[in-house]
Design a protein around this ligand. Sequence first.
Ligand code: MN3
Length: 228
Amino acid sequence: MTRRELIQFAALGAITGSLKAAGAPFTLPPLPYAYDALEPYIDAQTMQIHHDKHHQAYVDNLNKAVASDSSLAGKSLEELVSNLDAVPAAVKTAIRNQGGGHYNHSLFWNTLTPASKQKKPSGKLAAAINSTFGSQEKLEDSLKAGATGVFGSGWAWLSLDKTNKLVLGAGPNQDSPLSSGLKPLVGIDVWEHAYYLKYQNRRPEYLAAILKVINWDFVSARYEELSK
Ligand code: MN3
């Protein structure tokens, strides 16, 4: 393995491990780079508040929800979010929102990288993007359109479906594609907390910026892992 492949492999292992690891209490994963690493596209203050305050709150509230029902003890984050129907009605909304928030953000940090290190999608993912969307540019245009169209708070997604086809989607709040039987590859957080300090109401400017810092190396490796 080259050094780059080793780093990708480690990042993939870290996120796959933390999402599948058994049971509460869940903990906030460290940001895999400095707060200011995504400047000038995503500012350091936004990253610090988004990770240390918003993501931490999802983790804390998820732990409270899991602690309130003993049937949830020992379940991994991925088990909880991918099988909401198995969650008792009294805590289902909390697991959906807080578990989804923890899962979505844990993935999100790993799918970003400093712009100076950004590469194009590679290998099987590059081929799948071209055959499904025509080109990387068309995929990015469609992702931007999906993210622009989210009313209020939510996410736009590139996921794998059950037949390992690439699919685009969007959802409100912290709903995760995982809960619909999809395997999320890239999520674009369009909650205002993700961009308001720097971009205020200019969501399209934020979307153009976030696409400059997508970690396609990580996404390419995740695609290979999930499509096996
Ligand atoms: Mn967020």
